[in-house]
Write a protein that binds this ligand. Structure first.
Ligand code: DQA
Length: 143
């Protein structure tokens, strides 16, 4: 059975209460359930995690090298700031799908640049939490 890591970056633990007009009212638990249901449908094993600590995210990406077949990451604010996370992803050479709940291109200019998009297989943004499901479907299809 193939394994996909779904990794979430900073402040996504606050989904549901964080700027609901922007991110909606679904919580991270709802996102996890959506991912688990999708993984069951696709017959893949899922590891679902969230962290507010960049080093921990890098450790998880490195761990995925041995334990996962693909990565689905919502890097949140690190999308726009982190060369270290990009280097971790390129270092482990796993296929990556980048997910954003919001359409980052409709938002502030500083959200228009991603350090990950050019090393991702695909980028899904602006579809709310359904983007996680779409990313898992594409990732599973590619494996
Ligand atoms: C986000 C978009 C990022 O710009 C932001 O920093 C987030 C969430 C999204 O899912 O829409 O924290 O990745």
């Amino acid at each position: 059975m193939k394994t996909i890591y779904v990794l979430n970056g900073p402040n996504l633990n606050l989904l549901g209460t964080r700027e609901p007009e922007t991110y909606g009212s679904d919580t991270l638990e709802t996102v996890e359930k959506l991912c688990r249901d999708t993984a069951a449908e696709l017959d893949i094993a899922l590891e679902f995690r969230q962290t507010n600590h960049e080093g921990e995210m890098i450790d998880w990406i490195q761990q995925a090298r041995l334990q996962a077949d693909a990565l689905v990451i919502n890097p949140a604010a690190w999308t726009h700031t982190s060369v270290a996370i990009r280097d971790a992803v390129t270092g482990v050479a796993l296929p990556l799908w980048e997910v954003h709940i919001t359409n980052v291109h409709k938002r502030e200019a500083f959200r228009h640049h991603s350090f990950l998009s050019d090393v991702a297989q695909g980028v899904i943004c602006g579809y709310g939490i359904r983007g996680y499901r779409y990313a898992l479907i594409e990732a599973a299809r590619s494996l």
